[in-house]
Design a protein around this ligand. Structure first.
Ligand SMILES: [Zn+2]
Length: 305
């Protein structure tokens, strides 16, 4: 038995001249599905939970609760009659005025602000916080971000892993206000109604309340991040969700504490970004391996070959 799990983020037809956001075009996703179909049987997460017949299976997953997923991915899934999982955060549903999580604010900043300005603004913002020099090992950076150039990867690691949520909010808000006229986005996340619909199909899962690495926080904060995520999604959908995709998902963002917490709280499947296929034994279904779409298809190019 072989279970391939693939993860996607942005799926849309936009072009981002500066990078930062690398969407898969819906037409490309459709071609990928056709290619995968030749070798694999698509399964849902609940089928994965109880799988016992030998074969080659594939589960598609989509992280971060982006509106793209409802607008572009769901129609394709319906047309192809295949299941998938969508893992969502919830902090944005407790805020007003199109709140964007810091991790996504960074994506937008990188997509709309020229690189030189980004680097300079980042330095200014870091200095403003009184943090002049943050040392970080390249190997740690690379274990999490393998496709970015090293400068960008380092910035991502610092903001997502080393700064507190408050520091991160302070930097992203500063930059976001400064470049508000340049940054273009609308309806970034799925609506509550759309989440409800996904939950009806059993396609909905947890991704932490505010998209912070769960390994680096106290037991109390871990409980807050997962329980609140679960409670809010239960309020919205009426369902108790039991599958989680760990935010960031790399080795540095998951710890024994996190796994034990999930076990204790009856979370049945945990999706990492450890790049491996899942085997028949699957001793630990809280440590499922996943490939990023870029690992598998090298973007659009693979499809054209
Ligand atoms: Zn995520």
């Amino acid at each position: 038995m072989e279970i391939l799990i693939i993860n996607y983020h942005y799926v849309n037809n936009k072009e981002f001249r500066l990078g930062g956001i690398y969407p898969i075009k819906p037409s490309v996703l459709e071609k990928q599905i056709q290619n995968i179909k030749k070798k694999y049987t698509f399964i849902s997460a609940s089928e994965l939970e109880t799988l016992d017949i030998d074969g080659k299976y594939c589960l598609l997953t989509f992280d971060d609760g982006l509106a793209d997923h409802y607008n572009y991915v769901l129609p394709i899934l319906h047309r192809e009659k295949i299941p998938a999982m969508f893992f969502v955060n919830t902090l944005q549903y407790t805020k007003k005025n199109n709140y964007i999580l810091p991790v996504h604010k960074w994506h937008l900043l990188r997509a709309f602000i020229p690189k030189e300005e980004q680097d300079l603004s980042f330095q200014i913002a870091i200095n403003n916080l009184g943090i002049n020099k943050i040392e970080v090992e390249d190997s740690k950076v690379r274990s999490q971000y393998r496709y970015d150039n090293i400068e960008t990867a380092r910035q991502k690691y610092i903001t997502n892993f080393l700064l507190t949520t408050e520091q991160n909010d302070s930097i992203t808000n500063y930059l976001f206000n400064r470049y508000a006229d340049t940054i273009d986005f609308d309806n970034f996340y799925m609506s509550s109604q759309q989440l409800k619909e996904l939950a009806e199909y059993n396609f909905l899962g947890l991704h932490g309340h505010s998209h912070i690495p769960l390994s680096s926080i106290s037991e109390q904060k871990l409980n807050f991040e997962v329980k609140l995520n679960r409670d809010i999604l239960k309020d919205i959908t009426g369902k108790e969700l039991k599958y989680i995709s760990y935010p960031y998902g790399g080795k540095t963002s998951i710890s024994d504490n996190v796994i034990n917490y999930c076990k204790k709280n009856k979370i049945k499947l945990g999706f990492t970004m450890f790049r491996n296929l899942n085997s028949p034994l699957m001793k630990n279904k809280l440590l499922l391996g996943r490939f990023d779409v870029t690992d598998i298809f090298k973007g659009e190019k693979f499809i054209n070959e």
